[in-house]
Write a protein that binds this ligand. Structure first.
Ligand code: GAL
Length: 424
């Protein structure tokens, strides 16, 4: 293996970290809008998909405890993100945001301390407008967004020990120039605190091509950027560009985008619906096959894995899916390249090249019935060993790969040179 050195250059609006091989040619390019914050896609949990505005201090603390006791923290899930509806409807007399006193009576710094004491990281939500999303749509009182208050809010977040900010535009219509100004203002404010805070933005609230935020890259603005409208626990809804999306809808739209992302700037196809009870919202929820698909395909996209289920009632099966080591190793691969559909396979085969020279392969069956998917792996290089990630098996690879993939399911493989040599 070639020795590499690290070079750090200031580039318009961002830091550019390049790992240089001994030859001096860049091997990978790492962009980090907030230096030190998200070298690999963040892993964590967020309150929105299950609890919406029904959040409070004890719910978040119990969730944190469950993250530890379920083994999720030790598998790598560390961010606990408190989404919309934590904030009081008024700022303090000196202009700071403050927690809703009924929901979070001990305040957000105490919550951050609680999380940090358990080896977890603290995430919070705000919006680059006068109101948060729930405030905009009238489901939560107040108008306490961060627009025009970036510096004071970033300082407050840093003071509370915040490690992750979800910053949500929350409207399909906007001029991109206005969005850039607003998102960059918070990026600069976060940077100026000196605290590495993952900066997760949603400029889209709609699908690619249909909304202004999807035109152009946010690589120098944020650590990750939403590429879709809101996910719900369903397979495919096929609705309009501003409507909710099932996970198959998201795979279709995100497939067009993966090459714009990676290496310190992560594609955010929205959060996980694995184990989320769809019933309160009249969605079906994901089957086990569909859950495997969401995790496999998000790992192929090098996407953040932000669980959205109720961890206190999580089934053993959901816990096993979320913490599958082989899937997580693909998602977190240090080279940070994104996967993409293999030409000529109509999206049923995805490939992702990994740091150790191996290749991850997903056989994705979007059909309503079982389907045989096959591949000549010599198209991808010389490999002697195949790991079946979900089955947890490894065997010598010879000739064609061929698998019967159940409806809506995904089989995930990792090909390495030699089963004796591979440690994964
Ligand atoms: C939406 C966002 C959701 C959630 C919600 C909160 O715009 O996509 O993930 O954050 O706002 O109101």
């Amino acid at each position: 293996m070639k020795r590499t050195g690290r070079l750090c250059l200031a580039v318009a609006g961002g830091l550019f970290l390049a790992a240089l091989p001994a030859s001096g040619l860049p091997a990978v390019e790492f962009s980090q809008a907030i230096p030190g914050a998200a070298a690999t896609p963040p892993l964590g949990w967020n309150s929105w998909n299950t609890f919406r505005c029904g959040i409070n201090e004890s719910l978040i603390e119990h969730t944190a405890d469950a993250m530890v006791s379920s083994g999720m923290r030790d598998a790598g899930y560390r961010y606990v993100v408190v989404d919309d509806c934590w904030v009081a409807s008024q700022r303090t007399s000196t202009g700071e945001l403050q927690a809703d006193p009924v929901r979070f009576p001990s305040g957000m710094r105490a919550l951050g301390d609680y999380l940090h004491a358990r080896g977890l990281l603290f995430g919070i939500y705000s919006s680059p407008s006068e109101a948060t999303c729930a405030q905009t749509y009238g489901t939560y009182p107040g108008r306490t967004g961060s627009r025009g208050h970036e510096q004071i809010d970033a300082s407050t977040f840093a003071d509370w020990g915040v490690d992750y900010l979800k910053y949500d535009w929350c409207a399909p219509g906007a001029a991109v120039g206005e969005q850039r100004q607003a998102f960059n203002a918070m990026r600069d404010a976060l940077r100026s605190t000196g605290r590495p805070i993952v900066y997760s933005i949603n400029a889209n609230s709609g699908i690619v091509g249909a909304v202004p935020g999807s035109s152009g890259s946010w690589r120098w603005t944020s650590s990750m950027s939403r590429a879709t409208n809101d996910v719900v626990p369903a397979w495919r809804l096929g609705r309009g560009p501003y409507d909710y999306q099932g996970i198959a809808d998201i795979i279709d739209s995100a497939a067009l985008l993966t090459t714009q992302f990676g290496q310190g700037f992560w594609l955010d196809p929205d959060m996980l619906e694995v184990g989320v009870d769809g019933e309160p919202l009249n969605y079906p929820g994901l089957s086990t096959a569909e859950s495997r698909t969401q995790l496999s395909m998000w790992a192929m996209m090098a996407a953040p894995l932000i669980a959205g289920n109720d961890l206190s009632t999580m089934s053993a099966e959901t816990g096993r899916l979320l913490t599958n080591r082989g899937m997580l190793a693909i998602d977190q691969d240090p080279a940070g390249r994104t996967g993409e559909p293999l030409p000529g396979t109509e999206g049923s085969v995805w490939t992702r090249y990994l740091a150790d020279g191996s290749v991850a392969i997903a056989f994705y069956n979007a059909d309503v019935s079982d389907r045989v998917i096959d591949l000549d792996p010599s198209r991808l290089g010389q490999f002697g060993c195949i790991e079946n990630v979900w089955a947890g098996t490894k065997s010598d690879l010879s000739g064609h790969m061929r698998a019967n993939v159940a409806a809506h399911d995904t089989q995930l493989f990792r090909l390495t040179a030699d089963c004796q040599l591979s440690s994964s």
